[in-house]
Design a binder for this molecule. Structure first.
Ligand SMILES: Nc1nc2c(ncn2[C@@H]2O[C@H](COP(=O)(O)OP(=O)(O)OP(=O)(O)O)[C@@H](O)[C@H]2O)c(=O)[nH]1
Ligand SMILES: [Mg+2]
Length: 414
């Protein structure tokens, strides 16, 4: 399996909203028809969805940008623009998503089908027909569409498997997965043959489970030695750990010693890994130079198939127990505070800054070159309480007020 990628950055950009239209009815014998400009269509949203058929984050490595379709503009006769299509981006099961700017975890797409709204499309602008009022019989303005949301996300994959194989390099992990599943990893008589995790599906009697073959661990892995440390994260989500110790080790290290070192590395990486159900098994029983003590000990040979059935049966039972003990795998967490109000701060140069999704939206969508539209913005701000809050914050005639990307001049008692 070449091209396994477990970290990637992704830039998501929702579609922009279409602009509202400025138009007036034309009828015979009516000199000045009413406003009939339609609204712009909403921009498409971007969704991330976990899919068990996606193996890694490779798709994003060279192509990190995803953009949803924009809405189209409104037009006369109250014709509304079309909504831009949503875009669904599939990621592997077990993908954790962080905000690139803050590092904060915002979603964890664990199970097949988990879906998360990654970037909202912009609202469509309202057409001038919407701004008809007693005071404004012939509105000469409409709203621009809102820009779609855009941001960078950090994706991290931690494989979802029922069993993770943990062992020194050359212990026989890949040989085992190849002999019990359809996986075809590279196998060779030297350490560090496996450079990327492999998944295999095991079907045994009425059990079915996923096994992850992880590159070998060595002493010091938790501190970054060898290759294994890069892959320890793929052990984190396994239900059961299968610890493989070599009964014919090239370096003569006893099976007990191998087990002690492996468990120590797991503990140093994440102490709660030791609370995970685990089975210890001796490999290469057909050429063993060592034995392991204990009643519960399994010895296998992938060559003669000795012990494989016993091992699979035991794994099946432990996995069933682990599955039953789970209430439900934790659903995805989404943390995205809704910004309702607005706040006013002073920039370094003394200008006032108004922040808040709604206030920013009002100016972002207005065509500020149109006087009437500007008046409408002021009107909205008055109603939202922005003008009053600015006054309380000390703003006076002629002061600069920044909202989103726009600079306005404060007008007293407007
Ligand atoms: N005789 C015998 N040889 C085995 C058995 N299992 C594995 N081997 C041999 O041991 C060597 C290492 O096997 P791998 O499966 O590549 O070991 P690994 O644990 O995946 O090693 P890394 O990928 O380097 O971590 C190969 O030469 C295998 O043929 C076994 O049951 N009996
Ligand atoms: Mg291997």
């Amino acid at each position: 399996m070449s091209g396994f990628v477990d970290e990637a950055q992704l830039n998501v950009h929702g579609g922009d909203g279409g602009a509202g239209s400025v138009a007036f009815r034309r009828e015979a014998h009516v000199p000045q028809g009413g406003p009939d400009g339609g609204d712009g269509g909403k921009g498409g949203d971007i969704w991330l969805r976990a899919d068990r058929n996606v193996a890694s984050l490779l798709a994003f490595r060279d192509h990190p940008h995803r953009r949803a379709e924009s809405g189209t503009h409104g037009s006369g006769n109250k014709r509304h623009g079309h909504k831009g299509s949503d875009l669904t981006v599939t990621v592997p099961e077990g993908t954790t998503i962080r905000d690139h700017a803050t590092g904060e975890v915002i979603a964890d797409l664990v199970n097949h089908g988990d879906t998360w709204l990654a970037a909202r499309g912009g609202r469509g602008g309202r057409g001038n027909a919407r701004f008809l009022s007693n005071a404004r019989r012939a509105p000469s303005f409409a709203e621009q569409g809102e820009y779609g949301e855009e941001r960078w996300l950090d994706l991290e994959l931690r494989l979802m498997a029922d069993v993770a194989l943990v062992g020194f390099p050359n212990a026989g992990k890949s040989t085992l997965i190849a002999s019990v599943s359809a996986a075809k990893p590279k196998i060779a008589d030297y350490p560090f043959t496996t450079l990327e995790p492999n998944l295999g599906v095991v079907r045994f009697r009425d059990h079915e489970f996923v096994v992850a073959d992880i590159p070998g661990l060595i002493e010091g892995a938790a501190e970054g030695r060898g290759l294994g440390h890069r892959f320890l994260r793929h052990i984190e989500r396994a239900r059961v750990l299968l610890v493989l110790v070599d009964l014919a080790p090239v370096d003569g290290r006893t099976p007990e010693d191998q087990e002690a070192v492996l468990l120590d590395e797991l503990e140093r990486y994440r102490p709660d890994l030791l609370d995970r159900p685990r089975i210890v098994v001796g490999t290469k029983a057909d050429v063993a130079t060592h034995t392991i003590e204990g009643d519960d000990v399994l010895e296998i040979s992938a060559v003669t198939r000795q012990g494989l059935e016993v091992l699979l049966g035991r794994l099946g039972t432990v996995i069933d127990e682990a599955r039953a003990a789970e209430v439900e795998r934790e659903a995805y967490v989404v943390h995205r505070p809704a910004e309702e109000g607005f706040s006013i701060l002073r920039d370094d140069d003394g200008a006032y800054r108004v922040s808040g999704r709604n206030a920013e939206r009002v100016v972002a969508m207005a065509d500020l070159t149109n006087l009437e539209a500007l008046e409408y913005v002021h009107d909205r701000f008055r109603r939202m309480g922005v003008e009053r809050a600015l006054h309380r914050a000390g703003a006076r005639e002629g002061d600069i007020v920044r909202i989103g990307a726009v600079e306005l001049e404060y007008v007293e008692g407007f």
